[in-house]
Design a protein around this ligand. Structure first.
Ligand SMILES: *Cc1c(COP(=O)(O)O)cnc(C)c1O
Length: 361
């Protein structure tokens, strides 16, 4: 493969960000590597974070990939088992499972487990997505304790609004979680995602679950990644494949949505929505061409974008092959995400397999 479009992955920065998460945690920190390590590569993320307190993935299929890659650390499956067979797989692979619904207890009973499986009971404290209601918790705990092979090690919750950094948004859910955990001596508590960890909200738990911050994006609405001390892990790179001039009044790209307001020099860059670059990025979205930010001009195509390089200080020296960065160490991914009306989580996750992931260090 020789196409220049690639995601350079800075593993040292992933480790730096994990250390920051660990320092901000009041206890341990599970590295969340679901969705292919937020697009960075599941197995490689786990290898790079070999000394993490453990890993969290969304589903058993992801956990199987980690075990097949030789990862021996603890793995928590955030959605737990989807069926009886997954309980048996979890037992064989030594996975920890979240229980968020009583159906999962029925499945556990049917699974005829021969050895212990550690489980985390997820409490719905206000997000109203998954989790048992606090008033169901006692019944669930009793059923877990009655099962000879289930061991309740943690109670957990997930915040709906930790990113606002408003203390009340997390204090009330935390209180609901604590009301459950107070009756369960010896059972650890897990609450914080990245935003919960970084928001200075006074929340204390025994083990946090940072995800997005590990990859160098800010989880908070009011603070940038660099203000938080986070370092970008992915640099999405490409290069110029054509340069040409268009006259004032000429339209560019599908739908002719962008019309040159002056004589313009355009660079065509080899990246598009077929690579996962967001199609909804509007004209004006920043793109770094040979170290200088230039505005996107016209619609994003499947395989290319057009960039207005007229004001680039080295415009005349730019060539086919000149380097372009879409986000990364020269351009905060969160700026691109907000220009495109989305979040860095989605930009990372929807990078397609056409983009080679390359270790930068
Ligand atoms: C994805 C996820 C996390 C990590 O969230 P970030 O916002 O990426 O830090 C933590 N806990 C649960 C339950 C999750 O699903």
């Amino acid at each position: 493969m020789t196409r220049a479009t690639r995601a350079e992955i800075h593993w040292a920065n992933l480790r730096h960000n994990y250390q920051l998460a660990r320092q901000r945690s009041t206890g341990k920190a599970l590295a969340v590597v679901k969705a292919d390590g937020y697009g960075h590569g599941l197995e490689n993320c786990a290898r790079a974070l070999g000394d993490a307190d453990g890993f969290a993935v969304a589903c058993v299929d992801e956990a199987i990939r980690l075990r097949e890659a030789g990862i021996k650390r603890s793995i928590l499956v955030l959605q737990g088992a989807y069926n009886v067979e997954e309980w048996q797989l979890a037992e064989q692979l030594g996975l920890q499972l979240v229980i968020h619904h009583t159906q999962q207890l029925d499945d556990a009973a049917a699974a005829q487990l021969g050895s212990t499986v550690s489980v985390w009971l997820k409490i719905n404290t206000g997000m109203n997505r998954v989790g048992v209601f606090p008033q169901q918790a006692n019944d669930c705990v009793a059923r877990i304790q009655a099962h000879p092979q289930l061991q309740l090690t943690h109670v957990m919750t997930h915040f709906a609004n930790a990113d606002t950094a408003v203390i009340d948004d997390v204090a009330a859910p935390m209180e609901r979680l604590q009301q459950v955990s107070q009756q369960l001596p010896g059972v650890a508590v897990s609450a914080c995602n990245s935003a919960g960890l970084l928001a200075d909200n006074g929340i204390e738990d025994d083990i946090s679950r940072p995800g997005i911050m590990l990859y160098g994006s800010s989880p908070l609405l009011a603070q940038t990644a660099s203000e938080l001390g986070l370092r970008p892990v992915m640099s999405l790179m490409s290069e110029i494949i054509s340069i040409h001039a268009v006259a004032k009044g000429d339209a560019v790209g599908y739908g002719s949505s962008w019309v040159a307001e002056r004589d313009t020099t355009l660079a065509v860059v080899a990246i598009g929505y077929g690579d996962g670059y967001p199609r909804h990025a509007p004209s004006g979205t920043p793109v770094v061409v040979a170290g200088v930010e230039c505005p996107l001009a016209g619609r994003v195509s499947m395989d290319m974008i057009t960039v207005d390089i007229t004001d680039h200080p080295q415009c005349a020296e730019l060539r086919i092959g000149s380097e372009v960065q879409l986000w990364g160490d020269q351009l905060d991914v969160d700026r691109v995400a907000s220009a495109a009306g989305t979040i860095a989580y989605e930009l990372f996750c929807r990078l397609t397999p056409r983009v080679k992931r390359i270790a930068a260090d």
